[in-house]
Design a protein around this ligand. Structure first.
Ligand SMILES: NC(=O)C1=CN([C@@H]2O[C@H](COP(=O)(O)OP(=O)(O)OC[C@H]3O[C@@H](n4cnc5c(N)ncnc54)[C@H](OP(=O)(O)O)[C@@H]3O)[C@@H](O)[C@H]2O)C=CC1
Ligand SMILES: CC(=O)N[C@@H](CCC(=O)OP(=O)(O)O)C(=O)O
Length: 345
């Protein structure tokens, strides 16, 4: 059994990590932190965990966290980078669900996250935790930058096309997220009366996930990818739906060959499901599951492809992907504790 801690265990991704970890056969959750709720029993706050976890929240102290094999940070941006150097020095592995280690160019990171990076040298070492791209590096890593939720849905939807150089590198990602993507902290914009029965785009002139996705796609393509990224807030709780538009460089590929390419690329991937041609994946089909479900369309048989990609932002977009990375880092079967279908309806 390995011992793990979750820092920020009262947030939506933190409590989702707990839901997954309490069923993991080779993991013992030894510590869960919250500054505001230190001393409160976990199951008093989260009754879904009654009978599964006998712990109180504690304040996050590096000395105690260092008594674990691995620490998850499910905290706001800028928190993990402060304790990670000490934890790594103590031999503890770290998975950051926030963005502290995702962007390799420190100037770009500091511009988007509006703070000074506390340990830029570790950013170079960190492995971007998208197993479908970086499995071998993740298995050897001691520090994982768990990808953002929108970047997971968008990147997995585009990987086969970019790897094969089949599309112009001028791509549109039209994305929609449920409100849990914004976290559990109080915010007027996410009150029921402000967000229900309405629909809006946000961050159109610039969103911090644009440089994260562009970095991955540019590395894959070997040249700059021009990405227009438009997020929207949907009046639902969980789920991301990405509609991706890309033009074939030559009008030679048929819908059947693109479909076959996606099926072959993801055939061995337990958590990426390529649907039959002309399907329309629903976010509810992945609710609570660590699955990215993809469908490919070629409307009018022309050169423009439309790829649909759905995930649960809290699972494949955060906590599930973090557990998948942990499994790889500990040498466990990658799917351990993660194989369950979505909650439908
Ligand atoms: N929600 C989502 O769908 C996704 C979120 N993420 C990222 O994961 C991270 C967590 O997100 P989410 O769960 O939504 O966030 P929440 O706002 O729901 O929770 C944040 C948690 O962090 C703790 N926390 C806040 N500040 C500090 C601090 N300075 N030191 C230690 N703990 C702190 C909070 O508890 P307390 O203040 O009591 O200590 C709370 O438990 C964020 O960086 C987010 O961007 C990534 C992918 C998807
Ligand atoms: C709906 C909503 O507000 N979503 C959040 C996504 C936040 C998130 O998960 O950010 P990281 O993945 O970078 O940690 C947003 O757009 O800011």
């Amino acid at each position: 059994m390995k011992k793990v801690a979750v820092v920020g265990a009262t947030g939506y991704t933190g409590v989702e990590l707990l839901r997954l970890l309490v069923n993991h056969p080779q993991i013992r959750v030894s510590q869960v932190t919250s500054r505001e709720n230190a001393g409160t029993r976990v199951d008093a706050m989260f009754p879904n965990l009654r009978g599964f976890l006998d712990l109180d929240f504690t304040a996050p102290e590096v000395e105690q966290l260092a008594d674990n094999d691995l620490v998850f940070f499910a905290t706001p941006n800028g928190v993990a980078m402060k304790s990670t150097p000490a934890l790594l020095a103590a031999g503890v592995k770290v998975i950051d669900l926030a963005a502290d280690f995702r962007i390799k160019n420190i100037e770009v990171w500091e511009k988007w996250y509006e703070m000074k990076h506390a340990c830029p040298d570790l950013v170079a070492e960190a492995v971007y935790g998208l197993p479908e791209l970086n499995r071998a590096e993740i298995a050897k890593a001691r520090l994982i930058a768990n990808p953002g939720c929108y970047p997971t849905a968008v990147t997995l939807g585009l990987v086969p096309l970019i790897e094969q150089g089949l599309v112009d590198l001028d791509i549109i990602a039209d994305t929609k997220s449920g409100a849990s993507g914004a976290g559990r902290k109080a915010s007027v914009a996410h009150l029921l009366c402000e967000s229900a029965d309405s629909f809006k785009a946000y961050g159109v002139s610039g969103h911090r996930h644009q440089p994260e996705i562009a970095q991955t796609l540019t590395n894959l393509a070997g040249k700059a990818v021009d990405l227009t990224f438009v997020p929207h807030l949907l009046p639902m709780i969980r789920g991301i739906h990405a509609t991706l538009y890309a033009d074939l460089t030559a009008n030679t590929e048929s819908a059947a060959s693109i479909q076959a390419l996606y099926e072959a690329r993801y055939q061995a991937e337990a958590f990426v499901d390529v649907m039959p041609p002309k399907s329309h994946p629903e976010t509810r089909s992945v609710r609570g599951a660590n699955t990215c479900r993809i469908a490919i369309h070629q409307p009018q048989g022309g050169k423009r492809l439309v790829v649909l990609s759905v995930i649960d932002n809290l699972v494949k977009g955060a906590a599930g992907q973090a557990v998948q990375n942990m499994n790889l880092m500990f040498g466990y079967p990658e799917t351990t504790g993660l194989l369950s279908p979505g909650l439908l309806p």
